[in-house]
Design a protein around this ligand. Sequence first.
Ligand code: GLC
Ligand code: CA
Length: 538
Amino acid sequence: MIKNSPDWLKKAVFYQIYPQSFYDSNADGIGDIPGIIAKLDYIASLGVNAVWINPCFVSPFADAGYDVADYYQVAPRYGTNADLERLFSEAGRRGIRILLDLVPGHTSIEHPWFKQSQQAVPNPYTDYYVWNNSVWETPQSDLPIIRGLSQRDAAFVANFFAIQPALNYGFAQPDPQHPWMQPVDAPGPQQVRQEIKNIIAFWLERGASGFRVDMAASLVKRDPEKRETARFWRSIRDWMDETNPEAVLVAEWGNPAQAVEAGFHADFMLGFNNPGWVSLFRKRGEGRWRDPYAWSFFDASGHGDIRQFLDEYLYHYEATQPEGFIALITGNHDETPRLADGRDTAQLKLVYLFLLTMPGTPFIYYGDEIGMRYQRLPSKEGGYGRTGARTPMQWGDGANAGFSAGPEESLYLPIDPAPDRPTVAAQDANPDSLLNRVRSLIRIRHALPALDADADFNVVYAESGKLPFIYSRSKGGQRLLVAVNPAGRPARAVLPGEMIAAQPITIDAPDSAILVRSDEGWVLDLPPVSGAIYEISG
Ligand code: GLC
Ligand code: CA
């Protein structure tokens, strides 16, 4: 079913803020919401018009806030509900919308619902979570259970970490042998659904513009095709379209084809499910992707293969047309290492030229706009290997890189100790910096209709193992050609026949790509690590 997306989403460039690491306004070493407000002019200076904030609600922080203990209350370390409402309005004044992080699949074991649910005596919360019949029952191989943490003589199903009990959305295929696997229309699952709706309504009423939805595919158990999970989300989308048509839902699903069908406005391509995204920026034995023979496409070796990305992307792109979007990210709080690791400024600029000229809704992870690097650190709040991609934003030269006026030992995580660590202040002052390149590319994206999220996308040249990669974007009579050559050697392409008659106008070729007319047609010569945007007229 085709749904309409709000117009603002078609122009959206998102910025992801990890609140504990962005800016500390009260010198306790932890970033906070007044800190985000204090930096809104910086955020606006990027040109982004939407922000996603990781969970900022009351939590014991065993998974950095993805273990929510009160969905209706901002965690004291981040401020108050009034601060968050002030953020909505201050951001709104600058044309920036705020998406919160909704964690619908599980709560913390500290959540009052769970504290009730785990009691031996039945009560209204007994069926809010997925419990089996007895701690001694033989576990089901597909359902990770935790025993021994409850008064109740039963084991609960965990969604992610042991301290994240799965909320009960029911089973798509309940096993009649095990009546504790409740059908989706049982009272417990229905109540849980209503609770999630209440949370969404509460924050939309206060000024949020939507949600990034954590583990959106994980709700209904034994739902192999995700049909029942999708049915739930479609009902939420229908209701939001009626009551809040400007609000959006972005899934953490890792399957845009499925998530958009399920009612989401957009979905991410992510490391855990999308080797095509991994092949762009994250191969080369890095992070979780320790395959020494696998190369990123955006690598100066030129060994990458754009088809590894494109074949997967095109499948999702076709499936999500015309009103659903793919969110391409520079990184996030789960992906390791950071985009900048193993890349110099020229390579990073080229990555952004690509990201900001592709269809859909691009997301820039805080710090990636200045090329912050991954740090090797011990685990913090359940981060494990992810911890090093969550370090404080580097604002300037001052103490703690301007992140906090608190003592160094109090910082949420240590600052990158490298003497040449990138900072906002230094890059602000340098017209050739990555930061200023990101800003100019966002400006170009906003100025050209053919770079809207929903503008047409066509592959012009993308051959396995060959360079460059060339694609076109068009909308409302405007047609653009984008070419990228990530390799440390020149690349040449002859544009296909249908473009021969066209008169390309260079919009952006900072690395001096050359497009010349020859007998063969238009020939594009790209120097090492370069890209270009042309407008094709005529
Ligand atoms: C998502 C979050 C991740 C969290 C997990 C459990 O993948 O992005 O940070 O640990 O869900 O909620
Ligand atoms: Ca603080």
